[in-house]
Each structure stands twice: as structure tokens, then as C-alpha cells.
Design a protein around this ligand. Structure first.
Ligand code: ARG
Length: 460
């Protein structure tokens, strides 16, 4: 068993099974670089405060850096006989520097150390997520621009509802991901606070300078209460929650891609490179990627719930339960970043089947509501118009026809307000052009959204 940080008080060796149960190094080893950056900032502060001599601090800094490079290059492997990455790094330092190594942990506890490491981890990972989100948003806007002017059926209850621009549908996802972007950005400020110097729970009796550590690490201000500093995991829960919401958006988009690529819909064609075949049925082309994104959303939700439940009954301050925060965080980051990247590629390669969509918008009474608006403009009350058009739809259904296929006399039989010009109102393209309300699907309105998005993307 590796070096332990707390041997003095104990008469017995830790039981081997308990060691395995207690240790977190198998997964928290990914924190090595954050751990070492945090330690370097700590060393600089200790030296400036007169708690380390200059030579000591230089030795510590260069050895810490060497350990980091060696781990990065795979020359030094975090050894599973240690409890966690913090003990491992400190043990290596002591092994290599002797007495000087033993000074690293001055005025520090693993409780404030691990809280800092996690915050540093989530800071860089949130920035990566923001980048991947931006790439996906750019791809959605470009697609929306490519398909601007083309119409598709819009749905409610997955029943044909009203015609919309393909671009309007794509831009809806743009605005969902934009809210995710806002959430991740807002959370960054709360992630970037520095808990180091909170000690185990009560602060430190040594003359530490917590503000200096914050500045060295490029973080926000030190956390204002030492007990909260070590026991707060809100920032992690917020990250998991923002990720869960973002996965929900990715999952909804995935679901649409799965449906749209069915033979029944045939609205889109996914690139072969993103689909797989069947080992048995030679004709199959399966949308595995969106299915997996949809499927992985479940585990990201699970990770959020797991940490919420872990935290809910914990008295202040640190409790070992909190070691359970890491796997959900790492798993969520890995799942979300992969899902965002793969979805960006999927959207970039997406082709809409315009011939099929042109046919699709002719069916399903998509312009029945336009006919209601037509009658309202001719002076009929909305309720009366709704009822009248309902009767017309029933009549058309019984004859197996669409509204625009009914002769003018048939239409006029239900209301003499109906004139020649009615057919214009039954045209899906015209219908779309009339949706000029702010945020509506009229081509001008959609172009405004695209322009707004493009400008905004240049700025973020
Ligand atoms: N591996 C621990 C964790 O992740 C580090 C903190 C340990 N602190 C302690 N007092 N045992 O939570």
C-alpha cells in the first residue's frame, strides 16, 4: 500500500479491502494537472508569506512541474496503491525531495485542495463545452441559411399542424443552445471562486494570503466562509444541471433526426459515415448516433440526481460521501462534450429531401388555420370561422381530398364570404409568408434571426 498521509495516530495498517473501497485514485487521477497547478499557486503564496524559503519553493515548484510532465507523458503512472491523486503527488514529492517535500501541505487540507481541484477542472471543461456549443450553433445557423426559403410541415402532438420554414425549425434549436451557452457562462463565475485556505473547515492559523492564490490561478475571489468553502458542491451540481438541460436539447434534436430519417417521413438523409448497418438485414441504415445521444441523456440526468441525493443529507462540513461527486462530473463532461461534437458533425452533413418535403406540405390540411384567418379578415368571428373550416375539413376528409382540391362552389356552400382569392390562402408557401409576427416563420423574420445569430456568434 502506498504512502499514507495520516499514519501517526494509527496502530494498524488499513485493511486491504477497505483501502480499495476508500480509494478514489482510479478515477480522480484525471485531476493531476489541476492538483499540481493548485499546489504550485499554494507554494508561491507560502514563500511570499515567509512560510517557505526561496530555495525550498523553487525546488517544490520545479519538482511539481516535473511530476506533471511525467504524468502527461505517461512516464509516471498514478499508482493505485495510493488513496487519491493528492496523496500520490505529495508522496512523489517527498520521495524525491525529502524534508522539503513534507512542507507542501502547510496550511492546507485535502478538503480545500479537492474543492479547488474540482473547480479548476470544471472551469477548463466548461470553456471546452462552450466552444463545442458555439461550433454546433454556427453549424445550425449555416444549415438554416442553406435551406432558407424551403418549407416543411410543422407539428404539434406529432400531427401535421402548419407549414414552417426548415430554417425556422433549425433556428429553434439555435435558441435552445444559446440558452445553454448563457447558463454555462453564468455558472463559470460561480465555479471560479477559490476555496483554498479554508483548511479542513475553519481556516488557517498560519499567515496565508488567499487573495494571492486566487490571482495566481486566475480565479475569482476567495470563498468568504471557510466552512462553506470546503463543503459547497453547488457549482458542481449547477454544472451537472446545465449539462442535463443541454443533453435534453441534444436529445430532442436527435429524436427529430431519428423520426425524419425513417422511410415513413424521409425528410432527411443522414450521411452514411454517421450510420451503421445491420448484421442480418442488408437493407438497413440505422441512425445510431442520434439514438446514442438520446440514450446517453439518461445517464447525464442520473449523474445530476446522484450528486443531488449524495449532498442532501450532509452536515457541514466535508464528509467522505463527497468523494462520490467525481465520477458523475467526469462522466457528464465526457458524455456532453462527445455528444456536442458528434451532433455538430451530424448537422453539418445533414441533407433535407426537398422533393419529398414539397409533396409533404400538400397533405394534412396544413393551411386550414390560414383559411380561418381568411374568414376573420372577411368579417366572420373567429369561433364561427373555426367551426366553418372544421366542417370543410370533414367534408374534404370524407372525399379523400385536400382543401385546395375542393371546387369554389363547394367552399362557398359553407360560407358565401369565400371568394376566388381563397386558393392563395391555401398555398403553404403563401401561408409561411404571412407569418410576419415577431419571431414568426415568414422568410424575412427568419432571416432576421439568422442575421442576429451570425452577429452574435462573431462576438462570443
Ligand atoms: N479523495 C477525497 C475526495 O475526493 C479527497 C478529500 C479527502 N479528505 C478527507 N478528509 N479524507 O473527497
Amino acid at each position: 500500500m502506498g504512502f499514507k498521509l495520516w499514519g501517526g495516530r494509527f496502530k494498524e495498517e488499513l485493511d486491504q479491502l477497505v483501502h480499495q473501497f476508500n480509494a478514489s485514485i482510479s478515477f480522480d487521477k484525471v485531476l493531476f494537472s489541476e492538483d499540481i497547478e493548485g499546489s504550485k499557486a499554494h507554494v508561491r503564496m507560502l514563500q511570499r508569506q515567509g512560510l517557505l524559503a526561496e530555495e525550498e519553493s523553487e525546488l517544490l515548484l520545479s519538482e511539481l512541474e516535473r511530476i506533471k510532465l511525467q504524468i502527461e507523458r505517461g512516464e509516471l503512472l498514478p499508482d493505485l496503491s495510493y488513496e487519491d491523486i493528492h496523496s500520490f503527488v505529495e508522496a512523489k514529492l517527498i520521495e524525491r525531495l525529502g524534508e522539503v517535500g513534507k512542507k507542501l501541505h502547510t496550511a492546507r487540507s485535502r478538503n480545500d485542495q479537492v474543492a479547488l481541484d474540482l473547480r479548476l477542472y470544471l472551469k477548463t471543461r466548461s470553456l471546452e463545452i462552450l466552444q463545442a456549443l458555439k461550433a454546433l450553433m454556427e453549424t445550425l445557423v449555416n444549415k438554416a441559411e442553406d435551406y432558407w426559403g424551403h418549407v416543411m410541415p410543422g407539428y404539434t402532438h406529432l400531427q401535421r399542424a402548419q407549414p414552417v420554414l426548415i430554417s425556422q425549425h433549425l433556428m429553434a434549436y439555435y435558441f435552445m443552445f444559446r440558452r445553454d451557452q448563457e447558463r454555462f457562462m453564468g455558472a463559470l463565475e460561480r465555479i471560479s471562486r477559490n476555496p483554498l485556505g479554508s483548511g479542513a473547515l475553519s481556516g488557517s492559523g498560519l499567515p496565508v494570503d488567499r487573495h494571492m492564490v486566487s490571482e495566481t490561478l486566475g480565479m475569482g475571489p476567495p470563498t468568504p466562509n471557510s466552512m462553506d468553502g470546503v463543503s459547497d458542491r453547488d457549482f458542481a451540481i449547477e454544472f451537472l444541471s446545465n449539462s442535463a438541460i443541454c443533453m435534453m436539447h441534444l436529445s430532442r434534436l436527435s429524436e427529430e433526426l431519428v423520426i425524419w430519417s425513417t422511410r415513413e417521413f424521409s425528410f432527411v438523409e443522414l450521411k452514411d459515415a454517421f450510420c451503421t448497418g445491420s448484421s442480418l438485414m442488408p437493407q438497413k441504415k440505422n441512425p445510431d448516433v442520434p439514438e446514442l445521444v438520446r440514450g446517453k441523456t439518461g445517464r447525464v440526468y442520473g449523474n445530476l440526481i446522484a450528486l443531488l441525493v449524495t449532498m442532501k443529507g450532509l452536515p457541514l462540513t466535508y464528509n467522505k460521501d463527497m468523494q462520490e461527486d467525481k465520477e458523475p462530473i467526469f462522466d457528464t463532461y465526457n458524455t456532453l462534450i462527445q455528444s456536442l461534437r458528434v451532433m455538430q458533425l451530424l448537422i453539418a452533413g445533414l441533407r433535407f429531401n426537398l422533393d419529398r418535403l414539397k409533396e409533404a406540405i400538400k397533405e394534412g390540411y396544413l393551411t386550414a388555420t390560414d383559411l380561418v384567418e381568411y374568414l376573420v379578415l372577411k368579417g366572420m368571428s373567429f369561433r364561427e370561422a373555426h367551426e366553418t373550416v372544421g366542417r370543410l375539413v370533414l367534408l374534404a376528409l370524407e372525399e379523400g381530398k385536400e382543401l385546395y382540391q375542393l371546387k369554389l362552389e363547394r367552399l362557398r356552400a359553407l360560407s358565401p364570404l369565400i371568394g376566388e382569392d381563397v386558393y392563395e390562402w391555401l398555398d403553404p408557401m403563401k401561408s409561411v409568408q404571412k407569418k410576419l409576427s415577431y419571431g414568426g416563420t415568414a422568410p424575412e423574420r427568419v432571416m432576421e434571426q439568422i442575421r442576429f445569430a451570425k452577429e452574435e456568434l462573431l462576438r462570443c
